[in-house]
Ligand binder design. Structure first.
Ligand code: ADP
Ligand code: MG
Length: 697
């Protein structure tokens, strides 16, 4: 049955090898299935009505306006058919029904004006339409309302005459045959429960809906199916993993207690305590943990990770702590060192710039078990890095790590699979998390350490620059420090550097009595570090920088964040930058500078920043503005290659689909029940075919 869909598009009538090549190249359409799934991105109302006289054999579905002149039933019993003569001012045509004859006849009245819709075929030299859709002519449908699909093509294709109409034609040719091959993929009980239409009807209506309502019903069905299978796949993965992979049993909290009683620098928040407990419960379960910790900037994720590390080390295991950038790895290394010092724990750091000679020592230390914590970047994933007994891997700022990389961690140690703790710096909207991390358990740190004052955020237009400088000066006089950040967008790097340097000049002139640091990506690492340290120690009052400080530095005395050209930053970046202040006891401020001319999106971003400090709300708006593909570099992850659904708009369907998938797997985890065979074979078929799925397992 699937062979039909695997057929090369070249063999579709009207395509041929030449056009097939173009379809391959331009739209990645290789097979019948690919074309079938090339859904229109919108539909156009068809306003045209045909006259009977205009009918031709090769017309698509047509609309006619006219009235019935007569009805008669021909034949008897199962072979009976109803024939109505339908006429307009140009001629007449026969409408034929083979089913529901009595009902049809009762519902139609001679002499009333109707709109009839269907495929006119030539039979015995005369046109007829079998099973037309018939509606009483109203003011509304007199305008025509039937939708024609509009397909994405490319400029190249259009030049070759392969426009949306060409695709439409090919689709019609394909659909005529394809309908006989489209298998139902959802069990009957789901269709019933969620009032979904069958797949055949849905696929046809995705392309050629009779009206807007039918299109929506069809889309609902297809979206549900798509999200259902994504979720089913993720949950199945999770179940399989819990069964297959036994995690190291980590069950001694002595070291944690020792640190907690004697050395911990602050009281934990309730949320931190709760999350550590959740992690500890996973550790003891005997199953491999895959847990995502979501927490807003400054919510104290590092301490949660560290306490988990202490439990693992105290139970005799090694730990890895992975950060997305060298600066951040460095900061974590130093931060953790403070905390481990009194406990006498051996740590090492490994990044891209670790010299080979040092690497060798690290490799040996890991194999022998002398090193108990390894902090670093992607370099930790290199094949050469092997542990004696890795018990826990912490991944900070997960969104920059692919799922495949996460999986790579499992190969790092011999006997058991390390527990994996993923920490996101940017909160992710629930819908996105369900898809991106649908196979993870999630903990949320939804509380900031006590005593933090919410950061006040203001938006200033360029025209108020002097006022902004005045404000910054006032705060510095109180003993605070300020960041002034410039955007650095790669495409316009040269211009951006000019902006930064001009800005720096302006600031030195405006603040002759203060010390000013500058840090940007073109500086050598040592110089950056040196400047950074001057600011950390309070030797400089102002730090002028590009976004290199986005993640990293933690300077509690810095209480002002000025973001220049703020309209050019994405929301999550703005939120991250703002998170650099508000870490001390003083009131902190974030000032967003922008030109007067703002795009609608730009305005919305700035307004959102002014209105809320809640990272989850910000993430929702970000998702809405940018769409999931662009968000957090997830485009490559493949998980989000959704054909018909939209994670922003289809959150409700997603939730329903996830629950449905959970329910099914709860009662039938291996999909062995007869009514679930269609699901199973569908999963099997697409896990063989698509590359995307490979990437997420
Ligand atoms: P993030 O969640 O953004 O990674 P960090 O772990 O960097 O946050 O914590 C931010 C700051 O708050 C750090 O200086 C950290 O030491 C401090 N911190 C964390 N937890 C607490 C707490 N419970 N009470 C006070 N300060 C805390
Ligand atoms: Mg952090």
């Amino acid at each position: 049955m699937h062979q039909f869909f695997d057929r090369s598009i070249e063999f579709l009538k009207g395509v041929g090898p030449h056009r097939a090549e173009t379809l391959n190249k331009e739209l990645q359409i290789f097979t019948f299935a690919d074309l079938l799934q090339h859904y229109p991105f919108r539909h156009e109302d068809r306003s045209k009505f045909y006259k009977v006289k205009e009918l031709q054999p090769d017309l698509p579905y047509v609309q006619l306006i006219g009235e019935f002149k007569s009805f008669k039933t021909i034949g008897i019993g199962r072979r009976a058919r109803l024939v109505g003569v339908f006429a307009d001012e140009t001629g007449s045509i026969e409408m034929v029904w083979f089913k529901g004859i009595q009902w049809v006849q009762k519902s139609l009245t001679i002499g009333v004006k109707y709109v009839a819709f269907g495929k006119a075929t030539l039979y015995n030299g005369k046109f007829n339409i079998a099973h037309p859709e018939v509606e009483v002519l109203t003011e509304k449908n007199a305008k025509g309302g039937y939708l024609i699909p509009v397909y994405h093509t490319s400029e190249k294709m259009k030049k070759k005459g392969m426009d949306s109409k060409f695709i439409t034609k090919a689709m019609k040719v394909l659909l005529v045959e394809a309908v006989n091959h489209i298998p139902e993929t959802l069990p009957h009980h789901l269709l019933q429960k969620f009032k979904l239409i069958d797949k055949k009807t849905a696929v046809v209506a995705m392309h050629f809906p009779r009206n807007a309502q039918q299109l929506i019903i069809a889309q609902n069905r297809m979206k549900f199916e798509e999200l259902f299978f994504v979720q089913l796949r993720l949950i199945k993965l999770k179940i399989a993993r819990t069964e297959k992979y036994k995690g190291a049993i980590i069950n001694t909290s002595d070291l944690l207690n020792q640190f907690y009683e004697k050395h911990i620098p602050f009281e934990l928040t309730g949320a931190q305590k709760r999350v550590v407990k959740e992690i500890y419960a996973d550790f003891r379960s005997g199953q491999q943990m895959n847990r995502l910790v979501q927490g807003d900037v400054g919510s104290g994720k590092t301490m949660v990770a560290f306490l988990s590390i202490l439990i693992a080390i105290g139970s005799g295991f090694q730990c890895a702590f992975m950060a997305p950038t060298e600066i951040l790895a460095e900061q974590h290394f130093k931060g953790l060192q403070e905390w481990t010092k009194p406990l006498g724990i051996q740590m090492a750091r490994l990044t891209g710039s670790t010299p080979t000679s040092e690497r060798k020592l690290i490799h040996e230390g890991l194999m022998s078990g002398v090193i108990t914590i390894l902090v670093g970047t992607h370099a930790l994933l290199e094949d050469k890095v092997k542990f004696k007994n890795l018990g826990l891997a912490v991944i900070d700022e997960q969104h920059r790590f692919g799922v495949a990389q996460r999986a790579k961690l499992w190969t790092k140690t011999k006997d058991t699979y390390p527990h994996v703790l993923v920490m996101t710096a940017t909160p992710i909207p629930r819908t996105l998390a369900m898809t991106l991390y649908g196979d993870l358990d999630v903990s949320v740190i939804d509380e900031l350490p006590a005593g933090r004052k919410p950061i006040k955020t203001k938006h200033f237009f360029e025209t108020k620059r002097l006022e902004m400088f005045g404000f910054v000066e006032k705060e510095i006089k109180k003993g605070r420090q300020a960041y002034i950040v410039y955007p650095l967008i790669e495409e316009s790097a040269t211009l951006d550097y000019k902006d930064l340097m001009d800005g720096y000049e302006g600031i030195t002139r405006r603040f002759p009595n203060y010390q000013i640091s500058i840090v940007h990506g073109k500086m050598k690492a040592e110089d950056k570090e040196w400047e950074m340290q001057r600011f950390v120690k309070g030797e400089t009052q102002i730090m002028v920088a590009t976004t290199v400080i986005e993640v990293g530095v933690n300077v509690p005395n810095a209480s002002i964040m000025v973001i220049e050209n703020a309209e050019r930053f994405g929301l999550s970046q703005l939120h991250q930058l703002r998170g650099r202040v508000g870490r001390g006891a003083e009131q902190s401020y974030c000032i967003l500078m922008s030109g007067v001319k703002l795009s609608t999106d730009g305005r919305k971003r700035l307004r959102t920043m002014v209105d809320t400090t809640d990272g989850f709300k910000i993430a929702e708006v970000d998702l809405e503005l940018r769409g999931p593909g662009d968000l957090m570099g997830t485009r490559q992850s493949g998980v989000l290659d959704l054909l018909v659904s939209d994670l922003v708009k289809d959150g409700e369907i997603l939730k329903t689909a996830r629950i449905a998938a959970q329910d099914i797997l709860k009662t039938d985890p291996k999909l062995q029940k007869p009514e679930h065979q269609m699901i199973k074979s569908h999963i099997d078929s697409f896990s063989k075919n698509t590359v995307n799925w490979g990437r997420i397992s």
